[in-house]
Design a binder for this molecule. Structure first.
Ligand SMILES: *[C@@H]1O[C@H](CO)[C@@H](O)[C@H](O)[C@H]1NC(C)=O
Ligand SMILES: *[C@@H]1O[C@H](CO)[C@@H](O)[C@H](O)[C@H]1NC(C)=O
Ligand SMILES: *[C@@H]1O[C@H](CO)[C@@H](O)[C@H](O)[C@H]1NC(C)=O
Ligand SMILES: *[C@@H]1O[C@H](CO)[C@@H](O)[C@H](O)[C@H]1NC(C)=O
Ligand SMILES: *[C@@H]1O[C@H](CO)[C@@H](O)[C@H](O)[C@H]1NC(C)=O
Ligand SMILES: *[C@@H]1O[C@H](CO)[C@@H](O)[C@H](O)[C@H]1NC(C)=O
Length: 237
């Protein structure tokens, strides 16, 4: 009698332990929680963007911004690492004219992005920002390694601050058609660049020879713009 009682207690305790272990595993693999200040930054950003096809619907439904659409957090720290605010096809480009704008992001890119101190991947490509000047503050986001502003309808010149983004590995500004001005010699400071697309814009002047300093460059696109006329100025170092 005593023996079987002990066995029952033992099994009971053993089951309890098992369920505790289960709880622990459950907790450990539960979703990483987002940082409140970063969630607020994203919500502010959403307020200023136009989002006609409501791709950001999930951004207010849940507290935890790490499970929002188009957001990637660090799987342990919960810091926002990536924003994929691109509009995937179907859409078409015909000689620079975007045919279907109905699902594209537009409006304003808000400086609350600066609160995402760990952001390394920002994709705003294939959108319609209506020839808006590329925001200067993007040039302060030095954590970025990937910046894609291609085919996004930006205009004006590249902010000088951009050439301080020395961690960039990918910089895609292609196909905005309305980006103007010259490419400054400071481009040589982006020494980690492997991918650079400035094509399909209206940059003028010559290509600074400092581009030859970009020794990690694997992909370089400069064509379909005024710049291509002066490629002969390129002096490899
Ligand atoms: C388990 O998760 C809950 C809610 O997410 C949290 O409050 C608690 O601190 C976690 N426990 C451990 C041991 O991580
Ligand atoms: C976190 O992500 C990295 C890759 O970014 C992966 O190697 C690692 O296993 C992940 N850790 C956890 C706990 O999921
Ligand atoms: C940038 O985005 C465009 C369109 O979404 C894509 O075709 C291109 O490959 C991207 N560039 C890089 C460097 O990933
Ligand atoms: C680039 O960074 C340097 C040093 O950090 C700073 O002095 C300079 O003002 C920055 N340039 C721009 C255009 O922000
Ligand atoms: C180009 O590289 C040379 C040698 O590595 C360096 O001295 C120079 O400062 C670099 N120029 C720019 C603009 O980064
Ligand atoms: C480039 O274009 C601007 C006008 O957008 C003009 O002021 C400037 O003189 C041009 N520079 C060269 C080198 O052609």
């Amino acid at each position: 009698m005593d023996g079987s009682y002990n066995t029952v207690v033992f099994i009971f305790v053993w089951l309890l332990t098992l369920s505790n272990v289960d709880l622990c595993i459950c907790n450990a693999s539960s979703e990483v929680q987002c940082i409140p200040i970063e969630r607020d930054a994203l919500l502010k950003m959403k307020c200023h963007l136009s989002d006609p096809s409501n791709k950001l619907a999930s951004w207010s439904l849940h507290e935890n911004c790490c499970i929002w659409a188009l957001v990637v957090c660090h799987n342990i720290t919960g810091h926002v690492l990536e924003l994929h605010l691109t509009t995937p096809p179907p859409f078409e480009f015909i000689s620079g004219v975007t045919i279907d704008k109905t699902s594209m992001f537009g409006g304003e890119v808000h400086s609350s992005l600066l609160d995402l101190k760990h952001l390394n991947y920002l994709d705003l490509s294939s959108n319609d920002f209506a020839y808006m000047q590329i925001p200067d503050f993007l040039g302060l986001m030095t954590s970025l390694t990937y910046l894609n502003l291609s085919h996004a309808g930006f205009g004006g010149s590249i902010p000088l601050q951009f050439w301080n983004l020395s961690n960039l590995i990918y910089l895609d500004l292609g196909g905005n058609y309305n980006l103007k001005g010259s490419i400054p010699h400071q481009i040589g400071k982006l020494s980690n660049l492997q991918y650079l697309d400035l094509g399909g814009n209206e940059f003028n002047g010559s290509i600074p020879h400092q581009i030859g300093n970009l020794s990690n460059l694997i992909n370089l696109h400069l064509g379909n713009g005024l710049l291509s006329k002066s490629v002969e100025n390129l002096q490899p170092i």
